[in-house]
Design a protein around this ligand. Structure first.
Ligand SMILES: Cc1cc2nc3c(=O)[nH]c(=O)nc-3n(C[C@H](O)[C@H](O)[C@H](O)COP(=O)(O)O)c2cc1C
Length: 254
């Protein structure tokens, strides 16, 4: 059995979760980073003997559309698939259900799912430092339980994931990172932007219509020159602090 870890992880939290889960499984592994926009995802064709982990962040309780588009281009080929929705201390709402629909449409065979907490990639004070050591232990336990289901003798039952139809409406967030005075126009953000919202020839600008507010440009900037409007960030943090406070749990669905 070959294990594929497929992730969309603009700022690295989703990849941390994927590494913890896939790392707990033995066997030959391949990583497929669907944040890259230059790749041709239609070359990925899986087989029933493969095990795929598909990890995505929750944006507004949904799967980022570009991740769905790239997953849809692949051929699942009946590969056993574990879904992971990674969220920033609020909730995943319909993320797993939407991910499941797309994966089934692309020919994957979902067998298990989980929701896992990570640091909020816009308001970092929420879920700060997660996944932490405690999460690591729990995610490894999830991986072991999934393995038992897959390798066990019990009849394999379809996985039931949370979520409601029609899916929660997501209209985006008012965070479109701008370049500040420290920007040297090195162009790394333009190269790394998952959707091509930053022009390579003028990385100090960006197209707000294309930007999905994923925060990758902030995460990769070597000068720490990109950021969100501080007043908007403060207002949102105050408004959401009750909903995003406390320690939210990870959940496994088998
Ligand atoms: C545009 C946007 C929307 C988000 N919406 C939610 C949400 O609805 N619920 C939640 O708990 N976290 C939300 N988050 C937090 C992310 O799901 C979380 O930080 C995740 O780990 C980001 O993945 P990454 O680190 O791989 O980029 C949102 C983050 C962004 C950038």
């Amino acid at each position: 059995m070959k294990v594929y870890s497929i992730y969309f992880s603009p700022t690295g939290g989703t990849k941390k979760v994927a590494d913890l889960v896939a790392g707990a499984w033995g066997g030959q592994k391949e990583e497929i980073d669907i944040s890259r926009r230059e790749a041709d995802y239609s070359v990925y064709k899986f087989e029933p003997s493969d095990l795929c982990l598909v990890a995505v962040p929750s944006f507004g309780g949904r799967v980022p559309g570009i991740a769905l588009e790239r997953l849809s281009a692949m051929s699942g080929g009946g590969a056993k698939t574990v879904m992971a929705a990674v969220f920033g201390n609020r909730a995943i709402d319909d993320t797993l259900l939407e991910l499941e629909d797309t994966l089934i449409g692309a020919g994957f065979h979902p067998v298990a799912a989980m929701e896992a907490n990570a640091e909020h990639s816009i308001m970092h004070q929420f879920g700060a430092g997660r996944p932490d050591g405690e999460d690591g232990e729990e995610l490894r336990e999830f991986a072991a339980k999934i393995q038992e289901k897959l390798w066990g003798t019990a009849e394999e039952e379809p996985v039931q994931v949370p979520g409601k139809r029609p899916f929660k409406e997501y209209k985006g967030v008012p965070f479109k990172p701008e370049a500040g005075k420290n920007c040297t126009s090195c162009g790394l953000c333009a190269k790394e932007c998952p959707v091509g919202a930053i022009p390579q020839e003028n990385p100090k600008t960006m197209d707000k219509e294309i930007c999905i507010s994923c925060m990758r440009c902030i995460a990769v900037c070597p000068q720490k020159a990109r950021g969100n409007n501080k007043a908007v960030l403060f207002a949102a943090s105050q408004r959401l602090k009750k909903e995003l406070g406390g320690r939210k749990v990870n959940r496994l669905y088998l």
